[in-house]
Write a protein that binds this ligand. Sequence first.
Ligand code: DC
Length: 651
Amino acid sequence: MDHLDLPQLLAARGTVRLPGSKSISNRVLLLAGLAAGRTEIRDLLLSDDTARMLEALRTLGVGVAPGEGAALCITGVGGVFPVRRAELFLGNAGTALRPLTAALALAGGEYRLSGVPRMHVRPIGDLVDGLRQLGAEIHYLGSEGFPPLAIRPPRQAAVDVVRLRGDVSSQFLSGLLMALPLRASEMTVEIVGELISRPYVEITLAAMAQFGVQVLRDGGQRFTVPAGSRYRSPGVVYVEGDASSASYFLALGAIGGGPVRVEGVGLDSIQGDVRFADALAAMGAQIRSGSHWIEAAAPLANRRLQGISLDCTHIPDAAMTLATTALFAEGPTTLCNIASWRVKETDRIAAMASELRKLGAKVDEGADFIRVYPPVGGQRLHPAGIDTYDDHRIAMCFSLAALATPLRINDPGTVAKTFPDYFERFAEVARVVPVVAIDGISASGKGTIAARVARALGWHYLDSGALYRLTALAACRAGVAWDDAAGVAAIAAGLEVDFAGNAITLSGVDVSEAIRSEEISAGASRVAALPAVRAALLFRQRAFRRPPGLVADGRDMASVVFPDAATKVFLTASVEIRAWRRHKQLIEKGMAASIAALSQDLRERDERDSQRSAAPMQQSADAELLDTTNLTIETAVAQVLEWVNQVPKKG
Ligand code: DC
């Protein structure tokens, strides 16, 4: 799927069972692989990043087999990989490439490690420098300081203290520490300068302890792995839910009323990102938690979330979620100490800033901070297509913006890195703006009935046929032929239209009458048959879905544009009555017309609209059929409203 259109949400409420933590999963997999004995891993995250680690472990000779239920059984190698020569491809998984580099550098074989192009511009020099002090033989195959790497068996190390820089990524310290038990002697790692993302080091130490290795700490900067440390399987290991993944749902609860509860992490969590809940609380959200769950709801008494200033060193990943939560706060939000964002899956500061601006927010950015100003003074966020930069977190963060506007997420599949079914879980807690889709054949009364239903409900109204008519008119005025698919699609994508009030304007000029001419009707039918034009108008139609609701009429509202519409109606009427109605309309406008010619014309348009290959007009299986031949407009409108009222309200 190359994009996903998210409808605007009215609210968010419900409970989500979280996928396993990426950080814990990949650590536990590596340690189970290195340990002596068999480990059963329960609640493991199954995603791109863990798949890369599993694939690498299998290649190295680690036993991987399905366990009971959804569990996975790893038969460890007891510190010595049986496969001494291998090439490993690790995609964009930093949590696989970094620790494997350290483990393999001390393992005594010949290995090559590579990843996707982005992985090859993510730094690894500090880790390599640390490992070289231990005698590791590591060579850069591309640029100095970056993967891909070639590893040969290490020389004997003379040192017992390794000095390591900790200010680029805590994964270097984590990787090094996890590899040290592969050596028999005592070894100390001393951090030079600042150590960022400390909570991730805690996860590493907790995982090592589970596998029988206690790291001794001397202050915050020295870590010692005692002589003779060996990994032993603890038997069964449970992986906690992912605290970073929890952040999106907690934010949804805080912005969208809530409560939204996440299960799988709580007060007992070893993951630093659970502290994201404190940041939400500082913004005013109501937070409750238990040992294995956390819940977020909007501020009390209809108050709004408040912008905050936060040093984010302790929650580097979950902090990204604050950047989009900030869109809903009063006053700006400043996130500092986030320089590490620049060397992640993408340059996250730059990516966040440019996508937030697309929605209409003002953003300041610097080397290590971002400041987000929500729209003020009656301005609101507007629909946009969000690029995701092969970065799962950008995709998930921007889904929150759906509480303010319909939007398009490009390449949504990138969430598979850590949360393959994110958007399914999202849909479960999302309460979307409702849609009534009214499709039908030409002159069946759709326009009149849909507009009246919209007025009765106080909802917005979309006359989708008008968009095809506007496209035909704009093409005509620009001298683009109606059968020039690419040319007309470009016109459709760039239409400057406004439906506000009673008039429809094109580039500021009232064209309400012009688009109803017989010539433009014929042109609309021609351009509507072009798949590229239909694709270009799709998101534009979905962008009409604004609170409190939308009534949309056309040919493919129920089947293509709003397949999740709560109410779907298909209108029909005999060709005789439709020709008679059209005749009456034309006579009222002072135009001459023949009923026979109108009947013939309608038959031809029905034929063309239902036979075309792109979205042919047909009744959706789940639509109510309404034959208006013998109905007054009032009766038809009443019937549609009755169907609307029959729809059960979610939650
Ligand atoms: O409903 P209308 O007559 O204004 O529609 C104008 C043309 O556009 C008509 O030929 C059908 C086509 N159309 C379409 O293909 N899909 C829609 N959703 C709406 C209209």
